[in-house]
Each structure stands twice: as C-alpha cells, then as structure tokens.
Design a protein around this ligand. Structure first.
Ligand SMILES: CC(C)(COP(=O)(O)OP(=O)(O)OC[C@H]1O[C@@H](n2cnc3c(N)ncnc32)[C@H](O)[C@@H]1OP(=O)(O)O)[C@@H](O)C(=O)NCCC(=O)NCCS
Length: 207
C-alpha cells in the first residue's frame, strides 16, 4: 500500500464515497428499500442519505486520487450544510413508501451526541482494501481531531454481530460502554443488539 492520506471530503469525491457507503452498508439499505444493488446508490443519493457537501468532520482516505474509505464525525452544534436531497424525485422513481421506510429506518439509528462527545456517525472502507490499515488510519485521525478540538469522548454505535469492527475498535482503545436492545431495529434491520463503544480522551493513557 502506498501513501494513504486522510483529508477533508470534497464534492468531487461524492460518487466514490457513495459507492463505498452503498456497498459497505448494503444489507441495511437492502432491508430498508428492497432494491437491487444497481439501483441503490441512485436511490440513496436522491433520498439525501449520503452527504454531498463538505463539512468539518467529513473525511476520506485517499491514495493516488482513489478514495479508499470514508468517516463522518458528528458533534453538538456542528456546522453542516442543509441536506441535499430530492425526495419528490426519489418518491416518484422508487415509491414514497420506500423513501419513508428508508428515512425512518435510518432515523431510529441516529444518536444525538452529548456535550463533549465526538461521535463516529459512519465509517466504511472499500471492500478490496480492507485489512490493510485504512480503517485504523481514519480512526486515529478522528481521535486526533477530537483531542485537538477538546472533546472528552470519542464514540460510536456498532451492531453486536459486527465482530470484525468491534475487534478493531477494542484494539484502538474503545470499550463497550453500554449494550442497547431495540425491537424496532430488529424488525426493520434484523439487528436487535447494539454496543455503544467509546474512549475517554481526558484519560492520561489517551494523550
Ligand atoms: C470496519 C472497517 C471500517 C474496518 O476497516 P479496515 O480498513 O478493514 O480496518 P483495518 O485494516 O485498519 O483493520 C482491520 C484489521 O486489519 C489489521 N491491519 C491493519 N493494518 C494492517 C496491515 N498493514 N496489514 C495487515 N493487517 C492490517 C488490523 O489490525 C485489523 O486486524 P483485526 O481484524 O485482527 O483486528 C471495514 O471493515 C468496513 O468498512 N466494514 C463495513 C462497514 C462497517 O461495518 N462499518 C462499521 C460500522 S460501526
């Protein structure tokens, strides 16, 4: 692997980022939309699920002009541009029920960060380059950004069945803070149990 840079998302990265997100979270998106993969990316873009404008905390991993991974960080009072979506077009093309189900399904997964918390809303790496340290680089970058900006906690939610991601987070210093169970996410996404994982950035070990 050559030189992987972590940098802010730019609008020109959008197509590549949309593909990585669509593929990485395909099971979730397919359960919510029942669409085939070849139509999914367009649906998610029209529904405004994948952010198309840059904002602080929206970063990508890049190597030789190729986007390898993406991470979206969230915190209270973050300055984000309004979502760009075209719900009317999405509804007329795919059906309003699919749009409502998708947006509701994703809404129940959202978690409002608390004061002092830098929260990882999404992290995904292109399947072909997984297990080569890209996810680690993104997470290390995120942690540094959170420390520099004075956040006290770096955190995320992960399905308890996502063993690979959990192992990586534990390796990088995240602990399971809480186990949450939801019959609504079980119904809509087939996932009942979630871990809220995090690390305390004020602890001396994390400086
Ligand atoms: C979770 C995810 C982001 C991790 O990204 P990744 O780039 O594969 O992560 P890394 O390569 O840094 O780490 C994965 C493993 O490779 C190992 N690794 C890191 N650098 C390496 C290198 N240079 N050579 C070989 N192995 C390496 C890591 O130690 C880790 O090992 P482990 O599985 O034994 O813990 C990625 O699997 C993904 O996109 N999954 C789908 C979406 C998802 O589940 N997102 C998380 C939602 S909470």
């Amino acid at each position: 692997m050559g030189q992987v840079n972590i940098r802010c998302f730019q609008s020109s990265d959008f197509k590549q980022v949309a593909d990585i997100m669509t593929w990485s979270f395909r099971e979730k998106f397919q359960r919510l939309s029942s669409l085939p993969m070849y139509r999914m990316s367009d649906f998610l873009i029209k529904a405004g699920v994948i952010y198309s404008s840059p904002f602080p905390g929206y970063v990508v991993a890049e190597e030789n002009n190729e986007i390898l991974g993406v991470m979206v960080l969230e915190w209270l009072n973050q300055n984000r541009p309004p979502d760009e979506h075209n719900l009317l077009e999405a509804s007329s093309k795919y059906g309003w029920w699919k749009v409502i189900k998708l947006l509701f399904g994703l809404w129940i997964l959202t978690s409002e960060p608390k004061t002092g918390e830098c929260y990882i809303e999404h992290i995904a790496v292109k399947p072909e380059v997984r297990d080569r340290g890209v996810g680690t680089k993104l997470l290390e970058f995120g942690k540094e950004l959170a420390c520099k900006n004075g956040f006290e906690k770096f955190s995320l939610h992960v399905s308890s069945s996502n063993k690979k991601a959990i192992k990586l987070y534990e390796k990088l210093g995240f602990d399971i803070l809480r186990t949450e169970r939801s019959y609504l996410t079980k119904c809509l996404l087939g996932i009942k149990e979630w871990y809220h994982m995090g690390q305390n950035l004020t602890s001396p070990n994390n400086r």
